[in-house]
Design a protein around this ligand. Structure first.
Ligand SMILES: O=C(O)[C@H](O)CO
Length: 328
């Protein structure tokens, strides 16, 4: 458990499927006494007075109201990653607890993955791999064609840090870029990546060969891409999602992929995660699914940990908290 003189931090992800690796634990123990959820539950009375921060790692562990109310000394929740849709931010704020996240650490790898999925889908990389390793060599590379992305139009929905980095990458691939966002970017920023703003989502959907979802999940964006929106897309279009599964109506997507309303989809995020093995999406050939690995690189994970340590220490010392989430 480390040095009991250090501030107590309740660590999610210490155990279970989203375990924190040994190197991270060692680093964290330089600053904090780590308390796992299991330890906490076994000795609530002692630990509830000690825990000053929650370190929320990977996955979507539930921080419910009961837990929050049982931690009178809690000052901050450090959330690994950018998305905050799993947290009840108004309630957390009403408890006087701050929240910090790590948008900078995750933006580059998530943008890279968005491009990887786009390219893999355009060039049918996953199907190609299956063909190449199949015991049956009869279809090897015969009449087996993909799409070039140079000159194609990419429509980015959600032009925050991740969306913008995707635009930078797409520019290097000579793509034309449209984007839709709550707020328009500055003209210099648009010019730097050659992106044109679509105030109407419909315009972006109608004109894009690839539609990339990089928006965060909010009550306003949930179900943003439904049956109507899919119908507006070109039959040759590909939908890529590196945001959140709930941005898309998945039943409508299954239908659209089955009926040729759109050509293909590449999803790093779904709902639920993982999808049940008998889910209709997994039965389709024109789909690529990855297991929510946008930020799954060694570099990003280390940076996330360091950013969270910095934010937690600042909160515990009453200093301005880097990457604090401010309720609008
Ligand atoms: O929110 C994020 O940054 C990623 O999806 C990891 O959860």
């Amino acid at each position: 458990m480390g040095d009991p003189a250090l501030p107590g931090v309740l660590v999610f992800g210490f155990e279970g499927p989203y375990g924190i690796c040994e190197a991270h634990v060692e680093e964290l123990q330089k600053h904090f006494t780590l308390i796992t959820m299991k330890q906490f539950l076994e000795n609530k009375t002692e630990f509830s007075q000690k825990i000053q921060a929650i370190y929320l790692w990977g996955g979507r562990p539930v921080i419910d109201r009961e837990l929050l109310l049982s931690l009178p000394c809690l000052k901050i929740i450090g959330n690994s990653g950018a998305g905050l849709d799993h947290l009840d931010l108004p309630f957390i704020a009403s408890c006087g607890v701050k929240v910090a996240h790590t948008p900078h650490a995750v933006s580059t790898p998530t943008a890279d993955l968005g491009m990887a999925l786009l390219l893999a889908s355009a060039r049918r990389v996953v199907e190609g791999c299956q063909l190449a390793v199949s015991p049956d060599t009869k279809h090897f590379s015969i009449n087996w064609l993909g799409q070039e992305v140079s000159g194609a139009t990419l429509g980015i929905i959600g032009m925050g840090t991740i969306g913008y980095k995707i635009a930078q990458r797409a520019k290097a691939f000579e793509m034309k870029i449209l984007y839709h966002n709550r707020n328009r970017r500055r003209l210099e920023e648009e010019a730097a990546v050659g992106a044109a703003y679509c105030a109407r989502l419909e315009d972006l959907l109608q004109h894009s060969d690839f539609v990339m979802l990089a928006a965060s999940l909010t009550p306003q964006t949930q179900g943003l891409i439904g049956r109507r929106e899919l119908q507006l897309m070109k039959p040759s279009a590909v939908l890529v999602n590196v945001g959140r599964g709930l941005l898309v109506d998945q039943d409508a997507l299954v239908e659209a992929l089955k009926n040729g309303v759109i050509k293909a989809a590449a999803l790093d995020v779904t709902y639920p995660e993982p999808l049940p093995r008998d889910h209709p999406l997994l039965k389709l050939k024109n789909i690529i699914v990855t297991p929510h690995i946008g930020s799954a690189t060694h570099q990003a994970k280390w940076q996330i940990m360091q950013d969270l340590v910095e934010s937690i220490l600042a909160a515990l010392h009453g200093l301005p908290v880097p990457n604090e989430v401010l309720l609008k």
